[in-house]
Design a protein around this ligand. Structure first.
Ligand SMILES: [Zn+2]
Length: 356
């Protein structure tokens, strides 16, 4: 059974770009007879508001995009993320980082100007076992670990507020196939380096929360904007660390005594594999990705001026290549028309000829 998900951050009113993502994700799951679950990604206490989340749910219902089951709120799941962080720490895969943003920027090579910040491992413990010394035999990707290294940032709460917690990543290529954008091979050490799984202020980082939630919620299909395409290997790697059963455990995961050295991995029954399907982005007339500043694309504005949900869905379905004209239509009517083959891979310009 396919289980798709929509995972918005409640930091403002939904705009057409968010609705486009919700629609494609909903159609992708429903066209396979699957379920579609909702997760509110409200981890950022400064920017997330409960009233935005409630408005978002109202907008989804209004659009004709109902979700299955109860929504999951990330702000209520800190104790779960804590447990999984603890597992990573017991595996010797985390360490505290005291670098400031300025420290990290100072280590960036001049060619790394695409907005990506690659952490060079300044605070990585010196006793990390190299790949060659690691006794992992069968895995394609060997994971370096810190010997007897316990992150002070999380053990007993000491140091929270001083250090971010980073995950040690292997220097190897993670291959993955996106269902819409094809094969990608990403080396995590080069792409991002050891990345943050808990912030200095104690807040949970996006990658850890997303991986844990997708796995525990039984999500089998992740549909989202192509701006997140290259974070997929990070999530695949983290999912393997947390949810692949280790040989010798006889099907029972030890919660408190994982071996410090990764042993050959065998698949955990479920949920192991996730299909990633990224979609092109909706861009404004200037060619920039739609954002919350584009008020004329905001559902509050469109609903207030009397635009119907079918008009919005009709326009988005047409832009997605699913229909020949932008005529009003409901999501339900689109289910038999849906195919990823029809969806373009190039970003979609919402120019001035397109009006609602
Ligand atoms: Zn550091």
């Amino acid at each position: 059974m396919t289980r798709g998900r929509f995972a918005p951050s409640p930091t403002g009113r939904m705009h057409l770009g968010n609705v486009f993502c919700a629609l494609l994700s909903w159609l992708s799951a429903k066209s396979k007879g699957g379920e579609w679950v909702l997760r509110i990604e409200d981890l950022d206490p400064q920017r997330s508001r409960r009233e935005y989340a409630l408005q978002l749910m109202d907008d989804l219902q209004w659009l004709g995009l109902p979700w299955d089951g109860e929504p999951v709120w990330q702000s209520q799941r800190g104790h779960i993320y804590e447990e999984y962080l603890h597992r990573l720490t017991e595996m010797g895969l985390t360490y505290p980082c005291y670098c400031t943003r300025a420290d990290i920027m100072a280590t960036q090579a001049p060619h790394e100007t695409d907005g990506r910040v690659v952490y060079k491992g300044t605070c990585r413990p010196k006793d990390v076992i190299s790949d060659a010394e690691n006794d992992v035999a069968d895995t394609a990707c060997r994971v370096p670990t810190a010997t007897n290294h316990i992150s002070p940032s999380i053990e007993g709460g000491v140091g929270v507020g001083l250090a971010t917690t980073r995950l040690i990543v292997p220097d190897c290529t993670i291959p993955f196939t996106d269902g819409h954008y094809g094969q990608h091979d990403i080396n995590l050490a080069e792409h991002c380096g050891d990345y943050i799984i808990r912030r200095k202020d104690g807040a949970w980082a996006y990658q850890l929360a997303v991986v844990v939630d997708d796995a525990l919620m039984g999500v089998t299909e992740i549909v989202r904007g192509r701006d997140l395409l290259l974070s997929s290997p990070q999530q695949i790697h983290l999912r393997e660390l947390l949810f692949l059963k280790r040989k010798g455990e006889n099907g029972k995961r030890k919660t408190n005594s994982l071996t410090p050295h990764p042993s050959p991995l065998t698949p955990h029954p479920s949920p192991l594999t996730v299909n990633f399907l990224h979609h092109p982005l909706l861009c404004n007339a200037e060619g920039q990705r739609l954002c919350k500043r584009d008020k004329s694309m905001d559902l509050g504005y469109l609903r207030d001026k009397g635009t119907s949900p079918q008009e919005i869905i009709g326009l988005l379905a047409h832009l997605a290549g699913l229909t020949d004209t932008p005529a009003p239509i409901s999501p339900q009517e689109l289910i038999p028309l849906f195919s990823w083959d029809k969806v373009p891979t190039e970003d979609i310009l919402l120019d001035h000829r397109i009006t609602l």
